[in-house]
Design a binder for this molecule. Structure first.
Ligand code: FES
Length: 276
């Protein structure tokens, strides 16, 4: 004979190790019981990402105002086509001048950010409402995760990470070149030099705090005690990794601001304050 224990006694009951399957979710008719402004974060995410995508698309197709000696916009560096102005990173590719260099260049940073573990969470929640917030039901009936195309492509993230490092090297090189004046003489420093330096530093912080970076430096080993250097590197990257979301946003705004600053200089809207 089967007996059912009274609720709250801690004894086995249906769905809790006793008879019958556990219900997948609590049967609550309301979409959510949350009363706080849970919708604010997804809304801000949508606004910020749409603003960035709109601005960067406009600038990429504009194909102008991206160089003001000695500064180059990060959207157009490395300046790989024959349409580039000034002396920047060595030309790697002589493509047609009428195609904006930014079209080729933005593929890597875009792929890197699009497949980023943090941004995935951000845009899955804010654009696909999957789910929009913790403890808020999603509108979709089925959930297949990232098991099929096109989301299977998110696994490319580690490769975009390595490619992104190359771009960080290029942008750091551009920041170093910004210590030269219009004549090519070293010893110059303007506000634009600091803007490009800050942009490169933020992009390094974003890349080094990446989850793939953490795995690259500390993964696939059985014992940290036998790899003290990798343990140190992993500890450092793990500290950065805890702030990956902040670096993701700050570096996104940083790269847009660096481009906008060069745009203002190139159009003659402002002049660059010079420190020495
Ligand atoms: S997880 Fe965000 S850049 Fe790799």
């Amino acid at each position: 004979m089967t007996t059912t224990a009274p609720r709250g006694t801690g004894a086995a009951s249906p769905g809790h190790g006793g008879e019958g399957p556990a219900p997948r979710r609590a049967a609550i008719a309301a979409r959510t019981l949350r009363t706080d402004r849970w919708w604010l974060q997804p809304l801000l995410t949508v606004l910020a990402l749409v603003a960035f995508v709109g601005y960067s698309t406009f600038r990429a197709f504009q194909n102008a105002y991206y160089f003001s000696e000695p500064y180059i916009s990060p959207f157009y560096s490395p300046c790989i086509t024959t349409g580039c102005e000034g002396e920047t990173f060595p030309e790697l590719f002589t493509g047609p001048a009428w195609i904006s260099p930014a079209i080729y260049i933005l593929v890597v940073p875009l792929g890197f950010r699009l497949t980023c573990y943090y941004y995935r969470k951000a845009y899955y929640r804010s654009f696909w409402l999957s789910p929009p917030a913790c403890a808020v039901a999603e509108p979709h009936r089925r959930y297949t995760g990232e098991t099929r195309l096109p989301l299977l492509g998110q696994n490319l993230h580690r490769y975009f990470f390595y490619l992104g490092l190359l771009f960080n090297v290029v942008l750091t090189y551009d920041a170093v070149l910004a210590f030269r004046d219009e004549t090519g003489a070293w010893g110059h420093m303007g506000l634009g030099t600091l803007v490009l330096l800050a942009n490169a530093a933020l992009l390094w912080l974003y890349s080094l705090s990446c989850h793939s970076c953490r795995h690259a430096v500390g993964g696939r080993i059985n014992s940290f005690s036998r790899h003290p250097l990798r343990y140190r590197a992993w500890t450092l990257v793990s500290r950065l990794n805890a702030r990956h979301m902040q670096y993701a946003w700050i570096s996104l705004f940083g790269v847009a601001f660096a481009d906008f600053y060069v745009f203002l200089l190139a159009t003659g809207t402002i002049s660059d304050p010079r420190f020495f």
